[in-house]
Design a protein around this ligand. Structure first.
Ligand code: UD1
Ligand code: UDP
Length: 368
């Protein structure tokens, strides 16, 4: 079976790498090729290296200040060229990025089946997350195999008349990667930090403008009110995000803006943080597995499991509301304990193995 994995961004690398590794471990049955669109240039390869993956094909598509639509056009055109030269039996994409949507569309035009990892996430608002909600819906229409992380994700697909035999609940491979990192590099234990660290990430397009300014300004309110709190902000390389951070993140000795961290360092930081504030999808999934309370900086969530597990809290994207929610966790020990219980709504780290099993089953059905 010839498998082509297509990925372009940081979250895709985190979530696809363990799946590639699991297929590679199958020996001759699986001929695995990895294609990077290079939608992100610098943040993908270090993650792949953790799994000893070297890309076979690179499209070198990132442009400074790129917008999703012209990028989508370039992904489709380049994938058309690649798929004209090779005919994999299956193209595997993950999530909701422009790379994933463009590759799935190109595979469809070449009549090559598509497998979709992290299928069935929905907010029901076509503009949030933007353009990811629509990318997901489009990929669902194009895919032959749908790997849902949770039962709720499977139910969403069933409600949209996706045939039940084409869906499998596998968990999310983000937990596979997380477990690999925490089992090989456990966070330093035994220290009693004198400061409580809050980890903040924000990069979502639908938050650009006032919501993101409010998020960044809330950090000033938090450090003013709590003298033992420091906030660490790894800043996404998107120039729009960097501009907003420059403009709205207050300068303060206990507010630290830093460059994006390599995955293991980021996970170590999250593991020693008191709590997490984020609009990232992946970070929301990792926080419950590390037993970290997470303030979800979105107006709606497609990962209701994080709220249901008790680890997550949605807040209105106003500075004072965000600061009060954080203050609640900093002062209410009972609430903090309740939100810090480890939970695994996205699986226990065996998603990659389940995905291999499902693809094997599918290949058998084809006589492969
Ligand atoms: C993309 C995904 C989003 C995902 C995010 C993860 C789409 C539509 N969105 O959004 O779902 O949450 O990645 O990070 O695919 N840049 C750099 N260096 C890098 C990476 C990006 O300079 O290593 C710059 C690009 O030049 C571009 C900007 O960041 O100007 C935005 O990158 P892009 O991939 O277009 O969108 P993201 O906002 O990162
Ligand atoms: N991440 C990282 N370094 C950082 C920030 C995030 O390695 O400085 C990881 C994080 O652990 C998660 C993934 O990147 O697994 C999420 O990517 P991102 O927030 O860019 O995208 P999203 O998940 O929102 O699509």
């Amino acid at each position: 079976m010839n498998l082509l994995f297509v990925l372009g961004t940081r979250p895709e690398a985190v979530k696809v790498a363990p799946v590639i590794a699991a297929f590679r471990a199958q020996g001759a049955w699986a001929n695995v090729q990895t294609l990077l669109t290079d939608q992100h240039r610098d943040m993908v390869e270090p993650i792949l290296r953790l799994f000893d993956i070297t890309p076979d094909i690179r499209l070198n598509l990132m442009r400074k200040g790129q917008r999703p639509l012209p990028l989508a056009a370039r992904v489709m055109a380049e994938m058309d060229r690649v798929l004209s030269a090779m005919s994999p039996d299956l193209v595997v994409v993950q999530g909701d990025t422009t790379s994933a949507m463009g590759a799935a569309m190109a595979a469809f035009h070449h009549k090559i089946p598509v497998a979709h990892i992290e299928a069935g996430l929905r907010t029901d608002d076509r503009y949030s997350p933007f353009p990811e909600e629509m990318n997901r819906r489009i990929i669902t229409q194009l895919a032959t195999l749908h790997f849902a992380a949770t039962n709720a994700n499977r139910d969403r697909l069933l409600a949209e008349n996706v045939p039940a035999p084409s869906i499998a609940v596998t968990g999310n491979p983000v937990i596979d990667t997380l477990q690999r990192i925490t089992s090989t590099r456990p966070p330093a234990a035994g220290t009693a930090p004198s400061r409580r660290t809050i980890l903040l990430t924000t990069h979502r397009r639908e938050n650009f403008g006032t919501p993101q300014a409010n998020i960044l300004k809330s950090v000033g309110l938090i450090v003013e009110r709590f003298a033992d709190v420091e906030v660490v902000v790894p800043v996404h390389p998107n120039p729009e995000v960097r501009r907003a951070v420059r403009q709205h993140l207050p300068s303060h000795p206990r507010i630290h803006q830093i460059a994006p961290l390599n995955y293991p360092e980021f996970i170590q930081l999250m593991a020693r943080a008191f709590l997490v504030m984020t609009d990232s999808g992946g970070v929301q999934e990792e926080a419950p597995a590390l037993g970290k309370p997470v303030i979800v900086l979105r107006t709606e969530t497609e990962r209701e499991e994080v709220v249901e597990s008790g680890n997550g809290m949605m807040v209105p994207l106003e500075s004072e509301a965000i600061a009060s929610a954080v203050a609640g966790l900093l002062t209410d020990a009972k609430l903090y304990r309740r939100m810090s219980r480890k939970a695994f709504p996205f699986g226990k780290g065996n998603a990659a193995a389940k995905i291999v099993r499902e693809v094997k089953k599918w290949a058998k059905g084809l006589g492969g």
